[in-house]
Design a protein around this ligand. Structure first.
Ligand SMILES: [Zn+2]
Length: 246
């Protein structure tokens, strides 16, 4: 299993879990062309995609994915937003706590804490084990068992955000919104430490704010707290998500 990072910030979010015979798309915030390029213009393995919430940086290309025959799973609010009054046989509604499958991928969605209804996901596939995917939340209310791979938001650092407010680089409305809807690196570390990380092979820090983050600092903080293999989700990065055979 390979994780492809197409993009991971407010300009557009997209990731691909490419398995040996089946591939799952995570988010629809970047053009299908980017998905095609990452997969050498072969979409035959793509079994579908999941969308966390209706904000454009996660969903703006969903209609295009559907037009091209890719089925998408999402919460009701996102489905209504994307369908825009039309019906589609390729949009599937999911709810927190109810497991569903897309091909060989077994997925449990759970609610997170954003400013619109948003889902996090526990995704299981035999090639990768259990993958936690969580973005756009100011904290994670759940604990997870048997984690093998983690994609987790680390959007801002408290002192960088504060300084940007004092320096006038962001206004108070934006400042308050970030606090209420995105995860700080400090909260990210606490969330990681609250879980058993024994079986975790990779931690990927996603959705870093271009203004309010520091990638090197974030990576070192999470390495120090977890001792794990930590990656920053940079566009174009490909990470081996195959489960160790031992
Ligand atoms: Zn959002």
């Amino acid at each position: 299993m390979k994780l492809h990072i197409l993009g991971s910030n407010s300009n557009g979010n997209g990731y691909i879990l490419e398995g040996k015979s089946q591939t799952l798309l995570l988010e629809a915030g970047l053009p299908l062309k980017d998905v095609k390029e990452a997969l050498n213009f072969d979409l035959t393995k793509v079994v579908g995609g999941i969308v966390s919430h209706l904000h454009g940086d996660h969903s703006k290309c969903a209609s295009d994915f559907i037009k091209n025959g890719i089925p998408l799973w999402m919460n009701l609010e996102t489905a209504e937003h994307i369908a825009n009054g039309k019906s589609s046989s390729l949009i599937f509604c999911i709810t927190a706590g109810k497991q569903f499958s897309i091909g060989e991928f077994k997925i449990i969605p759970f609610s997170v804490k954003h400013d619109v209804p948003c889902l996090g996901f526990m995704i299981n596939h035999p090639e990768s084990g259990n993958i936690l995917f969580v973005t756009d939340t100011h904290y994670i209310p759940n604990r997870f068992k048997g984690l093998n791979q983690i994609l987790i938001e680390a959007n801002y650092e408290a002192s960088i955000l504060d300084n940007n407010l004092y320096d006038g680089k962001i206004d108070n409305t934006r400042y308050q919104r970030v606090l209420r809807s995105h995860m700080s690196v400090e909260t990210c570390v606490e969330a990681l430490k609250a879980n058993d990380l024994k079986g975790v092979q990779n931690i990927v820090l996603i959705h870093l704010s271009p203004q309010n983050s520091d990638a090197d600092l974030f990576k070192s903080k999470v390495v120090e707290a977890t001792g794990k293999n930590v990656h920053i989700a940079l566009k174009g990065l490909v990470i081996d998500f195959s489960l160790n055979p031992y």
